[in-house]
Design a protein around this ligand. Structure first.
Ligand code: 13P
Ligand code: SF4
Length: 339
């Protein structure tokens, strides 16, 4: 990795060279990014893609990132499970996590020797904020001997107090693989209830909620069904139970994308964060997307200018106290073994 950035990032103009270099990328996203916006994105896209090579850096992006990030500067995209898995295998000196803080922490847990940066360290998550390590220690005291399962949407300190981590893509499988009749599942109450509805294992839930998914209601879903004939409705398991009862399929963000790409419904409504529909629409031109637009304010903290700046400065870095990291890593590694 070179120590100085040889490119001139002060001059971010939409030149003929930048237009030519980014034209194939614009052709890909033209359905979801208006032409008038491209001159603002393109200089950043071009600079980021050149600086990534110079830094031997890789961008891992969550499915909720905006299309200019998801399709134009990312090397790996996916749900939390895919990002955790890829974090183990990436061949790069620097990992830029275009997502929220707990995702960057997971990447750092699995790559303690690498430089892991998140373009905006304030990109949090209402679920991760809903529980502390002290809360988990109290739960352990209250329910001695009951395994504690933590959703990946938690801090490293919380993971360090838990027995195994899960994502929305593998939660049911891992709860069943524990071979126990009861688990504590934290912090997402609705994901816990969804898992409980699919298994005989008794699930004790925490009361955390995702501020994006908790806003959807069953009544709203029924309205969409009435107003959009033959619409197929698919939802993330962080939604409330009345929403999940009213939809045609429940899955992680990757599960939802896979559903649309393989089944190619004529018309679909994805009950989740807003950018998902844009990102999938790029790959599925024949599918009509009905779009309620609930944005995750934390995911939207990540922007092209911040990605570029973080590649220039290699800040903000994600660092985890080694004593916490060793214990948190065990919970994440146990998930990867069991899934
Ligand atoms: P996925 O793991 O399904 O991508 O979910 C992460 C998340 O934060 C959803 O709100
Ligand atoms: Fe957290 Fe919800 Fe945002 Fe996902 S969508 S990062 S669960 S607040």
């Amino acid at each position: 990795m070179s120590s100085t950035a040889a490119l001139d990032y002060q001059a971010l103009d939409y030149t003929a060279e930048v237009a030519a270099a980014t034209a194939p990328l614009y052709a890909k996203v033209a359905r979801v990014i208006p032409e008038i916006e491209w001159p603002f994105h393109a200089p950043y896209v071009d600079a980021i893609n050149r600086l990534k090579k110079e830094r031997n850096a890789i961008v891992l992006a969550h499915n909720y990132q905006t299309p200019e990030i998801f399709h134009c500067v990312s090397d790996v995209v996916g749900d939390s499970l895919a990002l955790a898995r890829e974090a183990v295998t990436v061949d790069a000196d620097v990992i830029v996590l275009a997502g929220v803080h707990f995702m960057a922490e997971t990447a750092k847990l699995l790559n303690p020797e690498k430089t892991v940066i998140i373009p905006d360290a304030s990109a949090g998550c209402s679920l991760a904020d809903s529980i502390t390590a002290a809360d988990v220690r109290l739960l352990r005291e209250k329910y001695p001997g009951v395994p504690i399962v933590t959703y990946v949407n938690t801090t490293a300190e919380v993971k360090a107090e838990c027995d195994v981590c899960v994502t929305s893509g593998n939660a049911l499988k891992i709860v069943e693989a524990l071979d126990t009749d009861k688990v504590i599942f934290l912090p997402d109450e609705y994901l816990a209830r969804y898992v409980a509805s699919q298994t005989d294992v008794e699930v004790i839930a925490w009361k955390g909620h995702c501020e994006v998914h908790e806003r959807f209601t069953g009544a709203e879903i029924e309205d969409y069904r009435k107003n959009f004939e033959d619409v197929v409705i698919i939802a993330h398991p962080e939604c409330p139970p009345d929403v999940l009862d009213a939809v045609d399929f429940v899955g992680s963000t990757a599960g939802m994308i896979d559903y649309v790409e393989t089944k190619q419904p004529k018309r679909v409504l994805m009950v989740t964060e807003c950018s998902m529909s844009d990102n999938v629409a790029v790959e599925c031109p024949d599918v009509e997307f009905v779009r309620p637009c609930n944005l995750c304010p934390h995911m939207k903290q990540i922007t092209l200018p911040k990605i570029l700046e973080s590649l220039q400065t290699l800040e903000p870095r994600v660092e985890i106290d080694p004593a916490v990291a060793d214990r948190a890593r065990r919970a994440v590694e146990r998930m990867l073994e069991l899934s």
